[in-house]
Design a binder for this molecule. Structure first.
Ligand code: AMP
Length: 115
């Protein structure tokens, strides 16, 4: 069950501020409030999906295509020179703390050392 009071739902409704990197009709990308890399951005669909399984099962093909387009545009805006890590924690047991599907984009020179 999707909880409409999760923090990302509040961000999408404009009830909590965010530092936006990219925004369109389907996607919002913004800086993580507690960055764990030099660049740490979250990409979310505007639709109500709890995690990557919910999204890939229940979002329309058009929504999924729009999400990945927004993801790519976000990466391009960040100028990461094709060096970044993506993470989608799924389920509390894997460390998902916000139950609105999101992809972490992280980039940091330390990742070269298999950080
Ligand atoms: P996860 O643990 O994979 O669910 O990731 C949730 C992420 O959301 C964490 O990295 C948090 O630091 C981040 N986060 C929580 N609240 C906010 C917020 N208000 N603005 C931006 N990022 C947030």
């Amino acid at each position: 069950m999707y909880d409409k009071n999760n923090v990302f739902a509040k961000i999408l409704r404009g009830e909590i501020p965010n530092k936006t990197v990219y925004s369109d009709d389907n996607v919002l990308a913004f800086y993580d409030v507690a960055p764990r890399a030099r660049v740490h951005v979250l990409v979310i669909p505007r639709g109500e999906y709890t995690d990557i399984l919910d999204f890939t099962k229940n979002a329309s093909a058009a929504e999924q295509q729009a999400f990945w387009n927004g993801f790519r545009k976000t990466v391009e805006k960040l100028n990461l020179d094709n060096n970044f890590r993506t993470i989608a924690n799924t389920g509390r047991g894997a460390g998902q703390s916000v139950m609105h599907f999101h992809i972490h984009i992280m980039s940091d020179e330390r990742f070269q050392e298999d950080f």
